[in-house]
Write a protein that binds this ligand. Structure first.
Ligand code: NAP
Length: 291
């Protein structure tokens, strides 16, 4: 058993969660669509995560669709009291697995009810509004109507906390005028560092930053520097990439995704790695000029 030995936590709403969590997107079938190739393994990944001390799982009802949430319910309900489940809303899937924006207030309301039903919850710990003004790149534009609808659902008691995903600093500021924003979930990793300044701003505000694609997502991180450092440390490149994120800022919460128990164990073990300043400087070169 690979227990998370690093006890570092960070605030996520009214909870403190371990900085090493788990992202459930990889549990659905290929292309995040349909049933998993290996259903018992998917269930085992979820149970192993909890047995190992994971207390933060990221999901969405549009993974599958519905299937990932149903797997979480089957594997883990009744849920441990200290488990924080974070979902996201803003899209649906078409019959071929395409990702379709579903960003109108009525669609967002439907999505919250879909998550509640498929996870078998009365209230969702955290709902991230996945901004879909441009589905592929964070794009400026008002989110007032959409976030107000989500805040209404929070007032009704269906949502405990609200976060934003795929958000620009301007949208985060706009969002904070509407409701408390407990986390921001944007793309960020060793090689994709567009949010460096934002991460530092959020750290000063005490807001969690949850990078998606921490391992590169559909294009896994590949770098000669990363491979060389990993070999020197007797670790895998993916472990080094996660350890670098943990080192990058204390407000970063990790949700690496995997469909494999072996990869899950490998990823969780990265929580106890310590990187020297020299190693961090070399890894920083992967992302360009950042320090
Ligand atoms: N807000 C958003 O718009 C958004 C978008 C994308 C994702 N997310 C969230 O972010 C989470 C993480 O993102 P992600 O899962 O897409 O990408 P990721 O964590 O960067 O990478 C997942 C990929 O890496 C592989 N992998 C995982 N651990 C590995 C290991 N130790 N060695 C080798 N390969 C490994 C996985 O394959 P195996 O299954 O074979 O391990 C999978 O192909 C998701 O689960 C989801 O919850 C949010």
């Amino acid at each position: 058993m690979t227990a998370i030995t690093n006890s570092a936590t960070y605030r996520l709403g009214d909870r403190c969660v371990k900085r090493m969590g788990y992202g459930a997107m990889q549990l659905a079938g290929p292309g995040v669509f349909g049933p998993p190739k290996d259903r018992p393994e998917a269930i085992a990944v979820l149970r192993t995560a909890i047995e190992s001390g994971v207390d933060h799982i990221d999901t969405s009802d549009f993974y599958g669709p519905h299937i990932t949430n149903q797997l979480i319910r089957e594997a883990l309900a009744p849920y441990p009291r200290d488990l924080t489940i974070v979902t996201k809303i803003g899209a649906v899937r078409d019959e071929k697995g395409g990702w379709i924006p579903a960003f109108a207030p009525a669609q967002l309301t439907d999505a919250v009810h879909d998550n509640l039903r498929n996870l078998d919850l009365d209230v969702i710990d955290v709902v991230n509004l996945r901004i879909m003004i441009d589905p592929h790149h964070p794009a400026e534009g008002s989110i007032e109507a959409e976030l107000t609808a989500v805040a209404d659902l929070q007032r009704q008691g269906l949502i405990r906390h609200i976060g934003l995903s795929h958000a620009t600093p301007t949208q985060i500021a706009q969002g904070r005028a509407i409701c408390d924003i407990v986390c921001v979930q944007n793309q960020y990793n060793l090689a994709h560092r567009g949010d460096d300044a934002l991460i530092d701003d959020l750290a000063r505000a005490g807001t969690a930053y949850v990078p998606y694609f921490p391992l590169g997502g559909f294009n896994p991180l590949q770098s000669a520097i990363l491979s060389a450092v990993a070999a020197e440390l007797g670790a895998t490149p993916m472990q080094v990439a996660l350890a670098w994120l943990l080192r990058r800022s204390p407000n970063i919460l990790l949700i690496p995704g995997t469909s494999s128990v072996a990869h899950l164990r490998e990823n969780l073990a990265a929580a106890s790695m310590t990187l020297s300043d020299d190693v961090v400087a070399r890894l920083n070169a992967i992302g360009g000029e950042h320090t």
